[in-house]
Write a protein that binds this ligand. Structure first.
Ligand code: GLV
Ligand code: MN
Ligand code: MN
Length: 409
């Protein structure tokens, strides 16, 4: 293994500079996909790519890939992640993976190294799915798991159409989607959970990503006076939304194990203290590492929703916003990440990912691995998200070495 090391100060400077765009009080960032803030963030990263000599391509779903030629032609060893964020995002989620990729490139540039195979750094459109569902959209289209046309036609939570906003911000590119295939894909990411910190471990060699099931329920009830309407005559959309959210928790509690369940959105109409809600929207996010268990959770929720509709006399429509089966990463790549951490003197453990990642879209099509670094207090999707410089340094050096290893093989 080479003794090259990344420059942590340079990487941190880029993380901070990108974090200035859409900065939030408390240290976080809001760059929802395809907003003006996302555009400004994209422009900044594209400038850095060009400064580093990368050949930049933008595809039709707005994925941006910077290519560094190798001694031989052929598919690149790719790394990357996303730079869109949730509305309450931290500085590291996604951004770390993209900027660490640029840092790998700059380290190789400084050392005058041309790898055998090309190297590429990408950022993929709308990983978060917070404005347009589903999540992992750009990488999903890139890897053929999602339809380009469906994604371009997606309407966001604010009524915008994805394809229109992509054109509006100047990122509806010409390159055919998936025009650049990957020889292998690696993603460095913050863990976004408590496992590494609690165990006092530096590096997670990610074994796979749990399955994700997102459903939005729309409930049509009857609005009426909160004081005069007898309980037996109510068709209360607000009650049903709350009951669905509660059932999500009950399912996770009863199933135990790896099952998690979240109800992150409840919207009521007209949302007034003394008016029975006429309509409601509620979202349910179910995740499990085991596909059969995830299906069991979905079944339980569907049954409960059907009986709520009947008992309360409301109409409930269910819309699947995202559905991804659990993914396992290539064991050789997982072992490479772990062995590289070991050689660099970092403690490590194999672990699954609780969050969705662009890497999971690559996994069925090329050898794929992920590197996790600890998240302070296990906090993410929150302005308080934090990973210490020494932890980032360790993770980025592992990324550099695994990329070098595959790019030379
Ligand atoms: C997306 O990144 C998610 O895990 O929700
Ligand atoms: Mn992320
Ligand atoms: Mn995220």
């Amino acid at each position: 293994m080479s003794n090259l090391l990344i420059d942590i100060d340079r990487l941190l400077r880029r993380i901070r500079a990108l974090g200035e765009i859409g900065a939030l009080e408390g240290g976080g960032v809001c760059r929802l996909a395809l907003t003006d803030q996302d555009k400004a963030g994209r422009d900044r990263v594209v400038n850095w790519m060009r400064e580093l000599g990368l050949g930049v391509t933008i595809d039709r779903i707005g994925n941006v890939i910077g290519l560094r030629p190798g001694r031989e032609d052929g598919p690149p060893v790719m790394t990357g992640s996303h730079i869109d964020t949730v509305a309450t995002g931290g500085l590291y989620d996604g951004n770390l993976g993209v900027l660490a990729g640029l840092e790998v490139v700059e380290t190789l540039n400084d050392a005058g190294i041309t790898t055998r195979h090309p190297i590429a750094v990408g950022f993929f459109t709308n990983e978060e799915g917070a404005r347009f569902a589903p999540d992992m959209m750009g990488s999903g289209v890139h890897q053929g798991a999602l339809s380009l046309e469906d994604c371009l036609a997606t309407v966001g939570i604010d009524g915008a159409t994805l394809g229109d906003d992509l054109a509006r911000i100047g990122y509806a590119g010409e390159t055919p989607v998936g025009g650049i295939r990957a020889r292998a894909f690696f993603e460095l990411h913050v863990e976004q959970g408590p496992v590494l910190e609690e165990a006092g471990v530096d590096i997670g060699a990610v074994t796979g990503v749990q399955g994700i099931s997102w459903t939005q329920y729309t409930i049509a009830g009857t609005s009426n006076h909160a004081g005069t309407t007898p309980m037996r005559l109510r068709h209360d959309a607000g009650y049903v939304a709350a009951a669905i959210a509660t059932e999500a928790r009950h399912i996770a509690r009863d199933m135990g194990g790896d099952q998690v369940a979240t109800s992150g959105v409840i919207d009521l109409e007209p949302n007034l203290i003394n008016v029975i809600a006429r309509s409601a929207k509620v979202t349910v996010d179910l995740r499990n590492t085991d596909e059969y268990r995830l299906q069991e959770a979905e079944r339980r929720m569907a049954n409960h929703v059907a009986s709520l509709a009947q008992n309360e006399g409301v109409e409930i429509t269910a819309k699947t916003l995202a559905r991804f089966a659990p993914v396992e990463f290539d064991d050789e790549m997982v072992t490479l990440v772990a062995a590289t951490a070991e050689t660099l003197g970092h403690s490590h453990r194999r672990m699954p990912s609780g969050a969705g990642h662009d890497a999971q879209m690559f996994a069925p099509n090329c050898p794929t691995g992920m590197i996790f670094v600890p998240s302070k207090d296990g906090i993410s999707h929150n302005v308080r998200e934090y990973t210490a410089p020494a932890e980032i340094h360790a993770g980025a050096n592992v990324l550099l070495q695994v990329m070098l290893s595959v790019a030379e093989s």
